[in-house]
Design a protein around this ligand. Structure first.
Ligand code: COA
Length: 172
């Protein structure tokens, strides 16, 4: 059974480990996870592993997402946010900074469940994110949730390997 909950400080080491397993060289150092924890929100997807006679054996984190609220003064995550906010006269928005599900647990609706929870947290705020232009699975997930690709790509936004990003947004 999968449940979604807000991360607590003691989860950060495990989240960082899973981040490394999913994103390899692109993963965030643990201090960035501490930063997300104190400035935004981290949600974890947890699997409860039960025995045949329904005893709880173990609870393991199998996915996560991190999101933050951004205003005109906190545009450090994505320079494109600044342009997007100015053109659309937006004072505040939500930004999804990371989303990942362990490979063993993909295609079971966990990414969708995490996104649904994020959307419910941003009451009538636009939401933005960045995604590798080649990341079809994630782009499909975001499109399915009414995110659109913004006209300008963020050139060489990613390293290891170097790649452009789409800046995606969802309006309410
Ligand atoms: C992207 C990711 C989070 C999706 O998580 P998931 O739990 O497997 O996704 P779900 O099972 O909830 O699928 C939801 C939707 O995502 C899209 N999707 C997921 N897997 C897909 C695949 N293999 N091929 C195409 N689309 C896919 C589909 O639109 C799917 O909806 P559908 O089942 O109705 O077709 C997961 O693949 C992942 O962690 N990838 C590596 C990290 C990453 O790329 N993160 C995003 C960074 S921006």
């Amino acid at each position: 059974m999968i449940t979604i909950r807000k991360a607590v400080y003691d989860d950060l080491q495990e989240i960082s480990r899973i981040d490394e397993e999913i994103f390899l060289d692109e993963s965030h150092p643990q201090k960035i996870w501490s930063h997300f924890f104190f400035t935004g929100t981290i949600l974890v997807a947890e699997e409860r592993i039960m025995s045949d006679d329904n005893e709880l054996i173990e609870v393991v984190i199998v996915g996560f997402t991190a999101y933050i609220s951004m205003d005109q003064d906190s545009l450090f995550i994505s320079p494109m946010c600044s342009e997007f906010m100015a053109i659309n006269e937006i004072m505040e928005l939500g930004h999804i900074a990371s989303l990942g599900v362990l490979e063993s647990h993909r295609c079971k609706g966990i990414g969708q469940t995490l996104i649904t929870e994020v959307l419910s947290q941003f009451n009538k705020l636009p939401i933005t994110l960045n995604v590798r232009v080649s990341n079809e699975k994630a782009i499909n997930l975001y499109r399915k949730n009414e995110f659109h690709i913004y006209e300008n790509k963020e050139l060489n936004y990613y390293n290891n390997p170097s790649e452009d990003a789409y800046f995606m947004f969802r309006m309410f």
